[in-house]
Design a protein around this ligand. Structure first.
Ligand code: SAH
Ligand code: F3S
Length: 481
C-alpha cells in the first residue's frame, strides 16, 4: 500500500472541548508526523488556560497557529502556501495573529519574522510552554521568538487535550528528539537531542486515558527502541550516569512490558523503530503479550549496504535481513512496514535493484516511500551532490511503489479465511452500515455493525479483501473485551 504520512490528515485543524469562560479563538493546524499532531494537543491545552477555545473557522480566529514539517521540501512549500492564505485573511481581520510552530520554525528561526512579514510569532518544538509569554510580546509589538531546544523531556507534566479524538485510540509521547544523524535527515537539527520521558509520567497518562475509556495506545518517538530512562538527562550522557542510576534504568523492552502488564485490556502499538536500536528483547516482549500489536514500522531507506553507509544508518543490508528473519522466527504472524528513499546521492541502478530485492525478501505489508529531497544543513547536503536526475528518482520511486503495492496485496490476502481481532474505531468511510477498525497487524477491517459499538474488541471472520482492506463479519467479542 502506498501511503505518504497520513496524507488525508495533513493540515487538519483541531477542535477540543470548549470552555465557557474562554473568549478568544484559536485556529490550530498541523502538518507532518504524528509527533506534530500530538504536540498540537499540548499547545491547545496550554492555550486553553490562557482563554482560548479552538475553532475550525479561520475567519473568526484571534490566533492562528500552524505546526510545521521540514522533512522534505514539498512539506515546507505546502506550509508557505498556507501562510499566504492566512495573510489574505489577515487583511480582512487585522487583529488576527499568526504563529509558526514546529520544525520549520526551528529551521528558519528569525527568517520568518524578517522575510515572511505575515508571521507574528515563531516557536520551536521545545518552547511551547513559553507561548503565553510570547503572546504578550506580540501584543506589545515586540518580535516573539523562542527556538531554544531543551535538554529535558519538556512536556511530561502536561496532560494533552485529545483533539479530533475518536475516544478509542491515542498517542503518548515517550521520547523527544533524535541522535541518529542520518545524513539526509533534518530531524536531529529541528527537534534536538534525544531525551526519554519519565516512566511514571507515561504510566499516569495511560492510566488517565484508560479511565476515560481509551482502548489503544501508540507509544510515540522518533526512535522508540532507543528509549532509556535513568533519572533524566540526554541519552548520549548515559555513560556518565551513576551505578545506581544504571541499575534502576528502564529501557524500551521494560517500558513496553510494564504497559502491557498494567493494562491487559488495552492494546499497545509503538512507532518508530530504528533497526540499529531494535533489540531481540523487544521482540520477545511483543511475543509474550497478546495486547501488544504484532506490527513493527521498521524503516530501512535503502537495500544497498553502500547507500546505507552513506546515509549513516549504522547497519548493513545483511544485518537488517538478519533482524527481519529473527522477528519472523519469533513472531511468524507479524506485519512489517518500511520507509524508503529513492534517489539518494550516488545511488546507482544496482543499488536500486538491491532495494527492490530487499523488499521481495522482507515482504512488507505497508510502505511509505519518498524521492530524496535535499535538506539544507544536513551532512548529505553539505558533503554530497544531489546527483540522481529528477526523472530517474521518479522512475525508481514508481518501481518501488508498484512493487510495494503488489506485495501488500499478497500480504493482505493471507488473512482471508482467518478470524481476526478488531478494535472498532469508527464508521467505515464507504458505508454507514459498516464499522471500521484494525487488526493486530494494523490492516483495516470493515464489517456490518450489528449491535457492536465503537471501542468494542470483536472477532471478525474475514471473507474477502481489497488491496488494503479486509472485509468480513463479526462472530462475537474477543477476550480483550
Ligand atoms: N524516525 C522518524 C523518521 C522521521 S522522517 C520517525 O519517527 O518516523 C520519516 C521518513 O521520511 C524517513 O524515514 C525517511 O524515509 C523520510 N525522509 C527523511 N528525510 C528525507 C529526505 N531528505 N528526503 C526524502 N525522504 C526523507
Ligand atoms: Fe531522522 Fe534518522 Fe532520526 S531518519 S529522525 S535522523 S533515525
Amino acid at each position: 500500500m502506498e501511503k505518504v504520512i497520513e496524507e488525508q490528515k495533513q493540515g487538519t485543524s483541531l477542535v477540543l472541548d470548549q470552555r465557557k469562560d474562554n473568549t478568544k479563538k484559536l485556529f490550530i493546524e498541523s502538518y507532518g508526523c504524528q509527533m506534530n499532531f500530538s504536540d498540537s494537543e499540548i499547545v491547545a491545552s496550554i492555550l486553553a488556560n490562557e482563554g482560548y477555545n479552538t475553532t475550525q473557522n479561520l475567519e473568526e480566529a484571534d490566533l492562528v497557529l500552524v505546526n510545521t514539517c521540514s522533512i522534505r521540501d514539498k512539506a515546507e512549500q505546502t506550509v508557505r502556501k498556507r501562510l499566504e492564505q492566512y495573510n489574505a485573511v489577515k487583511k480582512i481581520n487585522p487583529v488576527m495573529k499568526v504563529g509558526v510552530l514546529g520544525c520549520m520554525a526551528e529551521r528558519l528561526k528569525s527568517k520568518f519574522l524578517e522575510e515572511e512579514k505575515i508571521v507574528d510569532m515563531v516557536v520551536g518544538p521545545d518552547a511551547y510552554k513559553d507561548i503565553p509569554n510570547l503572546l504578550k510580546d506580540v501584543n506589545d509589538g515586540r518580535d516573539a521568538i523562542n527556538v531554544i531546544l531543551s535538554k529535558e523531556e519538556t512536556y511530561g507534566d502536561i496532560s494533552p487535550v485529545r483533539l479530533n479524538s475518536n475516544g478509542v485510540t491515542a498517542f503518548v509521547s515517550i521520547t523527544r528528539g533524535c541522535d541518529n544523524m542520518c545524513t539526509f535527515c533534518v530531524v536531529p537539527f529541528t527537534r534536538g537531542r534525544e531525551r526519554s520521558r519519565e516512566p511514571q509520567s507515561i504510566m499516569e497518562e495511560i492510566k488517565d486515558l484508560y479511565k476515560r475509556g481509551f482502548k489503544e495506545i501508540t507509544l510515540l518517538g522518533q526512535n522508540v527502541d532507543s528509549y532509556l530512562w535513568y533519572g533524566g538527562g540526554l541519552k548520549k550522557d548515559y555513560d556518565k550516569a551513576t551505578d545506581m542510576q544504571k541499575a534502576t534504568a528502564v529501557d524500551f523492552a521494560q517500558l513496553l512490558d510494564m504497559c502491557a502488564t498494567a493494562y491487559p485490556k488495552m492494546r499497545f502499538r509503538f512507532s518508530t523503530s530504528n533497526p540499529q536500536d531494535m533489540h531481540e528483547e523487544v521482540i520477545h516482549v511483543m511475543a509474550k503479550h497478546h495486547n501488544i500489536c504484532k506490527y513493527i514500522h521498521l524503516p530501512v531507506q535503502s537495500g544497498s549496504t553502500r547507500i546505507l553507509k552513506e546515509m549513516n544508518r549504522q547497519h548493513t543490508r545483511e544485518e537488517y535481513i538478519a533482524l527481519v528473519d529473527t522477528i519472523y522466527r519469533i513472531i511468524p504472524e507479524i506485519s512489517l512496514s518500511q520507509d524508503m528513499i529513492a534517489g539518494f546521492p550516488t545511488e546507482t541502478e544496482e543499488d536500486h535493484q538491491d532495494t527492490l530485492s530487499l523488499m521481495e525478501h522482507v515482504r512488507y505489508d505497508f510502505g511509505y516511500m519518498f524521492a530524496y529531497s535535499e535538506r539544507p544543513g544536513t551532512l548529505a547536503a553539505r558533503k554530497m551532490e544531489d546527483d540522481v536526475p529528477e526523472p530517474v528518482k521518479k522512475r525508481r520511486l514508481q518501481e518501488i511503489v508498484d512493487l510495494q503495492q503488489r506485495i501488500a496485496m499478497e500480504r493482505t490476502k493471507r488473512f482471508v479465511g482467518d478470524t481476526v481481532e478488531v478494535l472498532i474505531e469508527k464508521t467505515s468511510k464507504r458505508s454507514d452500515e459498516h464499522w471500521s477498525g484494525r487488526n493486530s497487524q494494523n490492516t483495516t477491517v470493515v464489517f456490518p455493525k450489528e449491535t457492536y459499538k465503537v471501542g468494542d474488541f470483536v472477532l471478525v471472520k474475514v471473507t474477502d479483501c481489497t488491496s488494503a482492506t479486509l472485509i468480513g463479519e463479526a462472530v462475537g467479542y474477543s477476550e480483550m473485551q
